[in-house]
Design a binder for this molecule. Structure first.
Ligand code: NAD
Length: 486
């Protein structure tokens, strides 16, 4: 981070431990006060948040630049603009999404006009949102919109790993004029989060790695609190024999280079047919040169690693791989936390080298991209690699012009989201629910899916009058044999 820029930004400060239980108790009392129940209150709070977002936007862009060394365009595209449009959509549609839903199926005809049956979308109570650092607005605020719209009071715990962004989020809450008892930010790292997790919530939404996901799920289980876990994984890209290689190379390079690979939906490894390997390497190299014509070091468009820990982790993977570097692999500067986009061959699928290589043991979350080659007439062997390595990843991508090849991959793999001839974009389409499956998490949010995740669908039955007991009086004892119809 540029120290002179960092000095001008809101400064991160952990919330004192002794204040944490009180903040959460206050949010619970605020929920029980009933003031988040009226829809007008919630809309008004979200409108305030929107104007706050506009006011603090420039600071947030600088904060993300200080934390992630990220280009302003990338921040605007994947964080700021996306988040703002989600909020506008939530304010516009929440009344419809929250409307009661009449249910008529399964009710005997003679009760249809005597009973009303419907689903009411009730707030859950106090919601805890624990966010990640790589897209600080998107990952912290988008689930928050749904939690507020659903009528909950909310505690947001951003990641301390992007401290300026976390401090800017706290500032946002302050300046927006939102109700301070209902909506609060708690800052901190492991000690603070551990204490937060000892308190009772009505739903927890956690975004981050699976190891901490288990800690969160265990803590939630103590109170039988339901969880949304937004985790990561090794997202595979299968290039099928019919793929358009220039298109595939460009889109994969884009999805992988965003935030220098530090995206939960970034391509993690490729599986490439033998006949397209050379063409792919050539095109991938061309694309990277066109993305960064002045070189990575000088490009304002290429992000750095968020911290030394993540840099060293990925550097270690690179140092220990037995793969053959085809592109890049040289510009590695620990001081600048810069690592070049790197394409590495792990050989043919039948050699089995890929199964034990360091590049295939955990999610990369950085620029290196490994690939494995398969025989053109055996797309099923590419699917087998995916099944073996990352069966339930957050994203899975196929590049194929032939529908049969697209379908073969779609219908024989599992993942949170799936793209055909695309990568990454499954995470930024507001109308689609976002979430994982299996190891990549549970639960989903965005738009109306957020509403469904942060409400309780309460079944309501209303009996319309005393005369109904005459109609269905046979249910009361003493039971008469004559009423039995077998
Ligand atoms: P992180 O280390 O910032 O952790 C996320 C949150 O967990 C933070 O708020 C942090 O304070 C908290 N935390 C960390 N250790 C804890 C502990 N011991 N006890 C309680 N809380 C703790 O983020 P990360 O894990 O480095 O993020 C990267 C991972 O997150 C990758 O696996 C990535 O794929 C995944 N991710 C998933 C999504 C998604 O939407 N599915 C989005 C972004 C990142």
């Amino acid at each position: 981070a540029d120290p002179s820029l960092a000095a001008t930004l809101p400064q991160f400060q952990s919330t004192p431990l002794d204040q944490i239980p009180t903040i959460i108790d206050t949010a619970r009392s605020a929920f029980h006060s009933g003031r988040t129940r009226p829809l007008e209150f919630r809309i008004n709070q979200l409108q305030k948040l929107y104007y706050g977002l506009c006011d603090i936007e420039a600071t947030a862009i600088s904060a993300m630049s200080a934390d992630l060394g990220r280009a302003h365009f990338e921040t605007s595209f994947a964080d700021i603009n996306y988040t703002k449009s989600e909020l506008i959509s939530m304010i516009k549609n929440m009344k419809t999404w929250l409307a009661d839903e009449n249910v008529s199926e399964g009710i005997p005809w003679y009760l249809r006009w005597s009973h009303q049956t419907y689903l009411k979308k009730d707030p859950l109570g106090v919601v805890l949102l624990i966010g990640a650092w790589n897209y600080p607005w998107n990952l912290n605020l988008v689930p928050l919109f749904g939690a507020i719209a659903a009528g909950n009071t909310c505690i947001l715990k951003p990641s301390e790993i992007s401290p300026h962004s976390a401090a800017t989020l706290e500032k946002l809450f302050e300046i927006s004029g939102m109700d301070k008892e209902c909506y609060r930010v708690i800052q901190g790292a492991v000690p603070e989060t551990t204490l937060v997790l000892k308190q009772q919530f009505d739903k927890i939404c956690y975004t981050g790695n699976g190891a901490v996901g288990k800690i969160v799920a265990r803590a939630a289980a103590e109170f039988l609190t339901p969880v949304i876990l937004e985790l990561g994984g090794k997202n595979p890209v299968i290039i099928a024999p019919s793929a358009n290689i220039p298109v595939a190379a460009k889109r994969i390079a884009w999805a992988k280079s965003l935030n220098s690979g530090q995206s939960c939906v970034a391509p993690d490894y490729l599986v490439i047919p033998r006949s397209l390997e050379t063409a792919f390497i050539t095109e991938f190299s061309k694309v990277l040169n066109s993305f960064y014509p002045t070189g990575l070091r000088n490009s304002p468009d290429y992000s750095r690693f968020v911290n030394d820990r993540h840099f060293n982790r990925v550097h270690e993977i690179l140092k220990t791989t037995s793969g053959e570097v085809k592109i890049g692999g040289e510009i590695i500067d620990p001081k600048d936390r810069l690592m070049e986009m790197t394409l590495i061959s792990l050989g043919h699928v039948s050699e089995g080298k890929w199964e034990t290589d360091s590049l295939m043991q955990e999610e990369i979350f950085g620029p290196p991209l490994a690939y494995i080659v398969y025989d053109d007439n055996n797309l099923a062997s590419a699917v087998d690699v995916v099944r073996k390595m990352s069966d339930t990843s957050l994203g899975a991508y196929v590049f194929a012009e032939k529908k049969a090849e697209q379908d073969l991959v779609l219908n024989n793999t599992r993942s949170g989201g799936f793209c055909v001839n695309e990568a990454f974009v499954n995470s930024i389409i507001a109308g689609l629910p976002f979430g994982g499956v299996g190891q990549s998490g549970t639960g989903k949010y965005r738009g109306k899916w957020s509403i469904l995740s942060f409400v309780h669908l309460r079944s309501v039955v209303v009996n319309n009058g005393g005369w109904v007991d005459w109609l269905i009086g046979f249910r009361f004892p003493p039971f008469l044999e004559s009423n039995y119809k077998v």
